[in-house]
Design a protein around this ligand. Structure first.
Ligand code: SF4
Length: 418
């Protein structure tokens, strides 16, 4: 059975490797200039070389983001970077600015994907972008899957849609709240997610003067903060519509996120490829895994029907984070132990979960933790290499995690007072 490409974020070289090994068909990444997401650890020229080579060696495509809106002085430096990307066999570039598209066409022959930042929502716009040279359109998040199918049929262009991740309340970045409130330009990669903050409504006298709890809630609210997108339950609609690529948002997110979303969605798509349906209890398992990531409540946003007030996450600003990464497997010594680089402290007797690249997560109840010279230790420290007991099937770069103790103790406190 045919299934779409799974396109995952690669905010750093490590995240690129993690996403690739956990099942991404393609990754998108940025160099140090020309792309949005200034906060992600964008790739140096050496890292671009290593990352693209690593991905290609594993059969994973690489798309480089050049989706900032540029001034003339920025454009002058672009051709040299484009020639570097062509020499690295980059599979495509993701672009929003017409000036960037013209520069690409003049200098190199790399396929052009239109960024969601260009907010392409209809057939006529897609036809025009095709004339301009785009081979694929990353549709605006406001487009439903049904509309996307029509755009694809009318244009013959490849269609890419978001399937998971944070949402933008504006037409994908066409917003200056962040510029005005934080001095950070959304359209040049600096978005501070100001729409997630608490705002006050101060225009109705009766609300303004009321003292009820409900009135207070209306005055101070997260009324622009969207829930996160989760499309695992509507994958079949994407497949039936022939959507070519399913994109996961989140270059700024953790490598735990990069690995988990790549694993969950690639397992789900592989399941369909083999069985031709999603009728399986695995769907609950996939959802459980996605809920282990830091997230706001999930929504399908506009994938089926246009998003409305039910897509707003109005409870609080912060993500929930039930799990933390204990570390990453650096080496496996058969029948002896696993060498891991510690990211968050843990102790002997803690229960760790090892996310293997495929199949069920393995649980490891720790009888001991040792240094590499085999001295027992009571508490692992972030940044150090430690040895934990051997587990069959574990591989280098597997992610190891444990429950977030802070959240657990908060939950105990909450339940005590309910
Ligand atoms: S502040 Fe919010 S609405 Fe504005 S660009 Fe950033 S994510 Fe989008």
């Amino acid at each position: 059975m045919w299934v779409p490409e799974l396109l995952c974020p690669a905010g750093s070289l490590e995240k690129l490797k993690v996403a690739t090994l956990y099942g991404a068909d393609a990754v998108y990444l940025g160099g140090q200039k020309f792309g949005l997401r200034q906060a992600s650890e964008n790739f140096t020229p050496d890292e671009l070389f290593e990352g693209i080579e690593f991905a290609h060696k594993h059969g994973t495509k690489t798309y480089v983001v050049l989706n900032s809106f540029l001034h003339d002085k920025d454009l002058e430096e672009l051709p040299e970077f484009l020639h570097d990307l062509e020499a690295l066999n980059t599979d495509a570039v993701i672009v929003s600015d017409l000036g960037v598209i013209e520069t690409i066409k003049k200098h190199v022959k790399i396929p052009i994907h239109l960024s969601t930042q260009a907010s392409c929502l209809n057939i006529e716009a897609a036809k025009l972008w095709k004339k301009m040279g785009a081979t694929r359109v990353v549709l605006g998040r406001e487009v439903t899957i049904k509309e996307a199918k029509k755009i694809k049929e009318a244009t013959g262009l490849e269609m890419e849609m978001f399937v998971h991740g944070s949402m933008c309340m504006a037409y994908s970045g066409n917003c200056v709240i962040s510029n005005y409130t934080q001095g950070r330009d959304s359209n040049r990669g600096g978005c501070a997610h100001s729409c997630r903050f608490e705002y006050s409504i101060d225009f109705l006298n009766d609300v303004k003067n009321a003292e009820s709890e409900q009135a207070q809630k209306m005055r101070n609210a997260y009324f622009m903060s969207s829930k996160d997108l989760e499309g695992v339950r509507v994958l079949e609609e994407f497949i039936h519509a022939g959507i070519d690529s399913l994109k996961i948002e989140g270059r700024n997110k953790s490598h735990h996120y990069a690995g988990t979303v790549a694993k969950v969605y690639s397992e789900a798509l592989s399941f369909y490829k083999t069985h031709g349906h999603f009728v399986s209890t695995n769907i609950l398992q996939w959802e459980t895994e996605l809920r282990k990531l830091a997230h706001r409540d999930y929504t399908t946003a506009s994938l089926i029907e246009s998003a409305d007030h039910t897509s707003i996450y109005d409870e609080r600003e912060h993500d929930e984070n039930d799990y933390v990464v204990s570390g990453v497997v650096m080496d496996v010594v058969a029948n002896k132990g696993i060498v891991m680089e510690v990211r968050s402290a843990f102790h002997p007797n803690d229960e760790l979960e090892i996310m293997t690249f495929k199949g069920e997560t393995k649980t490891l109840k720790l009888p001991w933790v040792k240094t590499l010279s085999e001295k027992p230790i009571e508490r692992s420290k972030p940044g150090f290499l430690v040895m934990v007991p051997f587990v069959e099937g574990v591989e280098r770069f597997n992610i190891i995690r444990h429950k977030n103790q802070k959240n657990e103790s908060m939950k105990k406190v909450e339940s005590h007072y309910v």
